[in-house]
Design a protein around this ligand. Structure first.
Ligand SMILES: [Zn+2]
Length: 270
């Protein structure tokens, strides 16, 4: 599933090719994504210039003077820039035509979304209740400390709650907790200010590292061949159950929290 770093890398990869460019045409081959593709995409978007390409959580926001196209990659979506004449594959559902290039959405499992809005973005039902952006200045130790108060849930579950912090998926939650040395089972409300400080730094570091790793594969987004792969993060604990901790050698433990696998080192994480 594309996580925040992949979405951010996609955004950075396609930005130079679409921002300031006029949408010459839109071709929707299949509207049946998670929600039906907004009819306004084909009606309102052609002729518009993409003024900016922003991201909120895992939503990409293509802003024009007429409104905003909201795009989510869902479970299996990917965006690629291709020469206009490239024949579409079975799962290539939408093309945005820019001059000689098309921006093509491929989504085999069709859990993605392409919607249109002309209302202020902050009021959109998909965006209104999102938590703080982890890479923004708004996520500080003080902020994390404040949002953890009064929470009975384990810190890992809170990190993955998009209404509090967006974009920290399972892998990044496990990895950040390891880097910060925090036991994932620890009740959120008991986290000290010092631990919040370490955890905030760890989250930003882990996500930035993944985005940097993606930067190396940026070219894939503008090439016609191959699938844009997921980032090869050299994990500290994620997916390493039973293997020795890279820091202390203790076997990494796997538990299940809220139906999600958690990996942690019982010695390094307290
Ligand atoms: Zn360890």
């Amino acid at each position: 599933m594309p996580e925040l770093p992949e979405v951010e890398t996609s955004r950075r990869g396609i930005m130079p090719y679409v921002v300031g460019e006029r949408v010459a045409g839109v071709l929707v081959r299949d509207r049946r994504l998670r929600w039906p593709v907004s009819a306004e995409i084909d009606r309102r978007l052609p002729g518009q210039t993409i003024e900016s390409l922003d991201r909120r959580a895992k939503y990409m926001l293509f802003n024009t003077a007429a409104g905003t196209m909201i795009l989510h990659l869902g479970m299996s979506g990917s965006l690629r820039l291709l020469p206009r004449e490239t024949p579409p594959g079975k799962h290539d559902h939408i093309d945005l035509v820019f001059g000689e290039r098309v921006l093509r959405l491929r989504d085999p499992r069709r859990f993605g979304a392409v919607l249109w809005t002309e209302a202020p973005l902050a009021t959109h039902p998909l965006l209104a209740h999102l938590g703080v952006e982890p890479l923004s200045r708004a996520l500080t130790a003080a902020h994390l400390h404040a949002i953890t108060r009064g929470h009975r849930s384990a810190i890992k579950q809170l990190l993955m709650d998009g209404r509090r912090i967006v974009g920290v998926g399972n892998i990044y939650a496990c990895e950040s907790l390891f880097v910060a040395g925090v036991d994932p089972r620890r009740p959120a409300r008991g986290l000290s200010r010092a631990r919040c400080e370490r955890l905030v730094l760890a989250i930003k570091l882990t996500l930035r590292k993944a985005i940097r790793a993606g930067g190396a594969s940026l070219r894939d987004f503008v090439r016609s061949d191959g699938e844009p792969g997921h980032f090869q993060l050299r994990a500290w604990v994620y997916g390493r159950a039973g293997l020795p901790c890279r820091r202390c050698g203790t076997p990494v433990r796997r538990i299940v929290q809220a139906q999600r696998a958690t990996f942690y080192c019982p010695r390094c994480q307290r």
